[in-house]
Design a protein around this ligand. Structure first.
Ligand code: SF4
Length: 375
């Protein structure tokens, strides 16, 4: 079901009143990355529900073959989900973990609703559990997270957690994000916070529904706005930041001045990239639908080369040819944990994550807020 204010875009519409109209006006064409994400979600949901999936052979509903990366990527969050399913069997109340269930959320707005990946409610311990799986590369914080805030509110409405009076005190949220393609942080991240912290964020989501359509606010969220190629304010803001960066005096490049110039340059870069990506997506869509665009053509990137036949058949072909086509490899730590969960502690002690070179990170309000909440 398509909603004008979906939770997946809450990080955009919480800032910009124009974005719901942009989302409706410019539906995003499906990219290869979206299709992979959809298949990866299907792998996780179906495996959690007990289906046996053959990697390299079985296909998702959108036709993509389930890959080793999907299997490996799902391992950590799946382990956490299965562990909690066992736990929920032991607690009284409503023990099931719900999978991809659409939830309408009229307490935010009549046009708000979406489909959380997994959720459950532990009534005995007054905790709302939510799991969100991300198959993209860009880091997604677990708190504060507008999409999770939106889902938690929808869950509260759906299951009937009391919002005031008896039974409404001492509730908590346990939010988990599994993001296997983001390597520079833990790929499974958890935050536990009181419902009061959720309610603070919720006030901002609700207030955003009252923003007028003329209220355009440019920011990092613009990179995900489907209307970014058509937004005058975004185009103008990049020029403003380039101009501001040029105001610093090169003779007096103190550390403080460097920080100011770097901040403006990064902002300009982000705005230009958001706009460039938007224009590229819109033009590609036009070319794919048969239009001519002067000076540009659409060309497929060369992808991974795959066998046309399934792995077992190719193994047999190899035997006929007298060569071994099966790759024997030691399992990765994530695969080992999934296959032998009873040895998770030993595997944890024997594995390590590698880190790249240090990079300059700008401290954001969200980071400060997360540090504050964790203290
Ligand atoms: S690109 Fe324009 S319309 Fe879209 S979120 Fe940014 S300011 Fe709002």
């Amino acid at each position: 079901m398509h909603m004008r204010r979906p939770p997946s875009s809450a990080h955009i519409w919480v800032h910009c009143g124009s974005s719901p109209a942009m989302i409706a006006r410019y539906p995003q064409p499906e990219t290869e990355e979206n299709r992979e994400g959809t298949a990866a979600h299907e792998y996780l949901a179906n495996t959690f529900l007990g289906q046996i999936i053959e990697i390299g052979k079985d296909r998702a509903e959108n036709g993509l073959v389930f890959t080793e990366e999907m299997e490996e990527g799902a391992a950590e969050i799946l382990t956490d989900l299965l562990k909690h399913r066992e736990f929920f069997k032991l607690v009284k109340g409503k023990p099931e973990i719900q999978v991809e269930q659409f939830l309408h959320c009229p307490s935010i707005g009549p046009d708000n609703g979406g489909t959380p990946d997994f959720f459950a409610v532990d009534w005995a311990n007054r905790t709302i559990y939510i799991w969100d799986y991300k198959f993209g590369h860009r880091f997604v914080p677990v708190y504060p997270n507008w999409q999770i805030t939106n889902y938690v509110e929808a869950i509260i409405n759906y299951v009937g957690v009391p919002k005031s009076g008896p039974g409404s005190e001492n509730w908590h949220v346990r939010a988990v994000i599994g993001q296997p393609r983001h390597y520079s942080a833990e790929t499974l991240r958890e935050a536990v916070y009181p419902l009061e912290s959720h309610n603070e964020l919720l006030l901002r989501l609700k207030a955003a529904t009252a923003l007028s359509e003329d209220h355009k606010q440019v920011g990092d969220h613009c990179r995900d706005c489907p209307g970014r190629h058509a937004c005058k304010e975004l185009r103008e803001s990049s020029a403003i930041f380039v101009e501001e960066a040029g105001r610093s005096s090169p003779e007096d490049l103190t550390l403080e001045n460097m920080g100011v110039e770097l901040r403006y340059l990064r902002l300009a870069e982000k705005r230009i990239k958001a706009r460039r990506d938007g224009i590229e997506t819109a033009m590609l869509h036009q070319i794919q639908s048969g239009k001519q665009v002067s000076g540009f053509i659409a060309k497929r990137k060369s992808g991974r080369e795959n066998w046309k036949l399934d792995p077992e058949t190719m193994e047999g072909v190899g035997e006929t040819l007298g060569v071994a086509l099966r790759k024997e490899a030691v399992l990765t730590p994530a695969q080992a944990r999934k296959k032998f969960p009873q040895f998770t502690a030993q595997f944890d002690a024997m594995s390590e994550r590698t880190y790249g070179a240090e990079e300059l990170i700008e401290v954001t309000e969200e980071m400060l807020s997360a540090i504050f909440k964790n203290q």
